[in-house]
Design a protein around this ligand. Structure first.
Ligand code: GLN
Length: 536
């Protein structure tokens, strides 16, 4: 394809309609047709990145290979397409303004008055086009966070309007709206969609494609009505009904010809329908997997989105083990030595979740103790791994006051310590050890046998580390340090080989688990949990 084409995904009526899933599905379908694609997210908030946001505000923070802390939608993009995202795929109002203000301070604007239009809008456009030009993508799909009508999104909409005007057919808008069902009236209502499209039109954007989110099937008359009121071709009005799995969405969109509508609008030739063979096999296996495996998620954020990638990793691993993963959230703040047995009852495996700060820490240690002493498959991720280490130090090495410097600065047994390069850092944003680092696995270890390779790359997001001066003592007592960074010697993985499955990773394997390439650690952990169930 000669020149990059741009698809802008906006949303209206209400938030949480699933723009990320629709963007990922479009990416998946175009990719299956042989196009080189990428998906980018623009978030209209002022934070430079979501790294400093509380998960209650914004769900999980997803980390790219090149160490950008980003919106969780980037996780969907990667899980659907298998294409790695980078810094350039995630942008916020904060970063746009920062870049413009930095240029202004350098004198780049030669004495001009800096304004939202054209300086902010030009910077937005530059960041959209940059992706297409730099990597020669056929399609750049840009998802705009928030909902049409938000004050914050106005500069983004103006940038889209301009790009559509400048690029003609090479830039299209797909607008996702909601068609509610009013039970009392027994009717589906299109008025909110009409208003939302009017709102878009009022800023000069005519949508090319409409995706209507609905809980009930929309018949052709409703789609015709929406098409007529909104100046959109009938075949460009598709519906997105609730489906059993988010991974069904690409197939649903394919069946309605969303990819064809997009290609036609962009003036592209429409080739054969993609087969999506492996994807369909996954869905088929998912549908057939009725036996259950129960995994307890020990964490402190009682919110679905807070551990999104871990949940998806477990789900995918369940499917590949022909099981349905049932995840139960177990609030670590409520765990005590008295109730731990009761709370973990019925779990075939336990994940001890990542996190920051004091809250819920002791509950994670209690959980690690219980699962270690009862030989329940346990997967500790980042803070979870650190809690496994502290528990071992307290109860096996006998250091009752063992702790992490993050929790107790003065602990005499700092088995988890602050990393050397983190000591003088005062700024909180983007300063952790972030992104992909190499790790070398010890041959013959449990983890090595799972990965079946010596050199791996995994993504990180932490400030604290295993304190290497305790390594020998841990190993002598049965907790092995089997993965380390070849340059810094940082210990990245601990395991107890004598147990069924007791592995902690300083990195976050969940960021790399995709639908077609589930992560080996998740696959093996779920497998061990299923075996544990049989033996119980
Ligand atoms: N708070 C811990 C650290 O900074 C763990 C971080 C995490 O779980 N992502 O090292």
């Amino acid at each position: 394809m000669a020149e990059t084409k741009y698809i802008f995904v906006t949303g209206g009526v209400v938030s949480s309609l699933g723009k990320g899933i629709i963007s990922s599905s479009i990416g998946k379908l175009l990719q299956a047709r042989g196009y080189n694609i990428t998906i980018q997210k623009f978030d209209p908030y002022i934070n430079i990145d979501p790294g400093t946001l509380n998960p209650y505000e914004h769900g999980e923070c997803y980390v790219t290979v090149d160490g950008m802390e980003t919106d969780l939608d980037l996780g969907h993009y990667e899980r659907f397409t298998g294409i790695k995202t980078t810094k350039a795929n995630s942008m916020t109002t904060g970063r746009i303004y920062k870049s413009v203000i930095d240029k202004e301070r350098r004198g780049d604007y030669l004495g001009k008055t800096i304004q939202v239009v054209p300086h902010i809008t030009d910077e937005i456009k530059r960041n959209i086009k940059l992706l297409g030009q730099k990597y020669h993508y056929d399609f750049v799909i840009t998802e705009i966070g928030g909902t049409i009508g938000d004050i914050e999104s106005a500069p983004f909409l103006e940038a889209i309007r301009q790009m559509k005007w400048e690029l003609g057919k090479r830039a299209i808008n797909l607008h996702l709206t909601y068609v509610p069902y009013l039970k009392a009236a027994g009717e589906l209502k299109t008025k909110p969609t009409q208003h939302s499209v009017k709102e878009l039109q009022s800023v000069g954007i005519q949508p090319d494609v409409l995706v209507l989110r609905t809980e009930k099937h929309l018949d052709d008359d409703i789609r015709k009505k929406v098409a007529a009121f909104c100046n959109v071709d009938f075949d460009c009005v598709v519906q997105s009904e609730d489906l059993p799995s988010i991974y069904d969405v690409p197939i649903n969109m394919l069946n309605q010809g969303l990819d064809e509508a997009i290609l036609r609008k962009c003036g592209e030739q429409i080739g054969d329908k993609p087969a999506l063979g492996p994807w369909r096999e996954f869905l088929d296996r998912q549908r057939k997997a009725t036996k259950e495996v129960h995994i307890g998620l020990v964490g402190k954020y009682d919110l679905q989105d807070a551990y999104k990638s871990i949940r998806e990793g477990l789900l995918q691993a369940g499917v590949y083990n022909d099981h349905k993963t049932i995840i139960t959230f177990i609030n670590s703040e409520e765990l005590t030595e008295q109730n731990v047995e009761e709370k973990l009852k019925g779990q075939d495996g336990v994940v001890i979740c990542p996190g920051f700060g004091q809250r819920g820490i002791e509950g994670k240690i209690i959980a690690a103790h219980y699962t270690r002493t009862h030989n329940i498959p346990t997967f500790g991720i980042c803070l979870g791994m650190q809690m496994m280490v502290i528990e071992f130090a307290r109860n096996v090495l006998g250091y009752k006051d063992a702790n992490s410097r993050e929790i107790d600065e003065k602990t005499p047994h700092n088995v988890i310590d602050i990393m050397e390069e983190q000591k003088n850092i005062t700024n909180m944003g983007g300063t952790m050890r972030l992104g992909a680092y190499e790790c070398v696995l010890r041959q013959g270890s449990h983890t090595f046998n799972i990965y079946k390779q010596e050199h791996i790359q995994e993504r990180h997001r932490h400030r604290y580390e295993f304190n290497n001066s305790y390594e020998k003592e841990f190993e002598k007592n049965g907790m092995m340090c089997v993965g380390r960074n070849p340059e810094s010697e940082l210990i990245e993985i601990v395991e107890i080989p004598g147990l069924k499955w007791y592995i902690g990773t300083q990195f976050h394997p969940e960021y790399q688990s995709t639908v077609l390439h589930p992560h080996p650690l998740f696959l093996d952990f779920v497998k061990a949990s299923i075996e544990n169930q049989k033996k119980k």
